[in-house]
Structures are given as structure tokens and as C-alpha cells.
Design a protein around this ligand. Structure first.
Ligand code: THU
Length: 143
């Protein structure tokens, strides 16, 4: 085989309680976003296979391209806490502008790494959208 495969997680349907915990965490963390340039505050929360929830917000920089999205912030928190066994069951993303906001391409690839079957919930054009990592990133890259 050629190195690490992305973590494969059997897809467990999210319970209403799990979804609510994710939404609360994502909405809470977006209040701490550092977004003085775009004024677009984003919060993401990740439900790990362990049952833990990790939250992250976007962190911008005067050198704009160095910005870290909320999703990758949350995933970094999960890896820092759990190490290489970290697996994602679900991700929720909210923003302070109530605007459509699906994960960017870079974040899709990073979500895919830790949870190709993960549920991904975000604000779409007509309210909340429920998708999955592999639906958002067909043929995601693996090594
Ligand atoms: N952003 C996120 O944090 N997540 C997304 O899914 C889309 C965009 C951030 C990056 C930047 O700080 C701001 O939103 C505007 O692009």
C-alpha cells in the first residue's frame, strides 16, 4: 500500500441531540472569529468519532492569503487533542452574516482526509444544507 489512507468511518446517522450540540458550538465560536478584513465571521464545529466536539473560527491576517478558515481551525483542534486517530463524523459551519457559505475547496480536501463519509451541514441558498464530504469533493485526493 502507499502510505496512509484517509480514515474510513462507518456512517452513523447524526442524532438530533448531536446536531444541536454541533450547531451550538459552531454558533458560539463564530463570536470569536478574527475577521477584521472581510468582516465575515465564521464558526465551524466538528463531531469526532470519539464523541468529542471541536470548534474553530476563521483567523485572518493582514497578508490575506494566510487566512485560516473556520473548518481547518476546528480540525486542527481535533488533531491536536486526539492525534492521528482523529476521525470526523460531522461538520457544521455557520457565519455571522446569515449568508450562504459552503466550505471552500481547501477545507473540503481537509475534511475529506479525516472523514470522507462525514456529514457536512452549512448555510446554503435556501436555508441549511445537509451534504457529505465525498459529495462536496468527488474524487478527493488521497496518497
Ligand atoms: N471562510 C471560512 O472560514 N470558511 C468558509 O467556509 C468560507 C470562508 C472565511 C475565510 C475568510 O476569513 C472569510 O471567510 C471570507 O472569505
Amino acid at each position: 500500500m502507499f502510505g496512509a489512507q484517509p480514515h474510513i468511518v462507518a456512517r452513523l446517522p447524526l442524532s438530533g441531540v448531536e446536531k444541536e450540540r454541533l450547531f451550538v458550538a459552531a454558533r458560539e465560536v463564530l463570536t470569536r472569529a478574527y475577521a477584521p478584513y472581510s468582516k465575515f465571521h465564521v464558526g465551524a464545529a466538528v463531531l469526532a468519532a470519539s464523541g468529542a466536539i471541536y470548534a474553530g473560527c476563521n483567523v485572518e491576517n493582514a497578508s490575506y492569503g494566510l487566512t485560516i478558515c473556520a473548518e481547518r481551525s476546528a480540525i486542527s483542534a481535533g488533531v491536536a487533542a486526539e492525534g492521528a486517530s482523529f476521525k470526523i463524523r460531522a461538520v457544521a459551519v455557520f457565519n455571522g452574516n446569515d449568508a450562504p457559505c459552503s466550505p471552500c475547496g481547501a477545507c473540503r480536501q481537509v475534511i475529506f482526509e479525516f472523514g470522507p463519509d462525514a456529514d457536512v451541514i452549512f448555510q446554503g441558498r435556501q436555508g441549511l444544507e445537509h451534504s457529505t464530504a465525498h459529495a462536496l469533493l468527488p474524487a478527493g485526493f488521497t496518497l
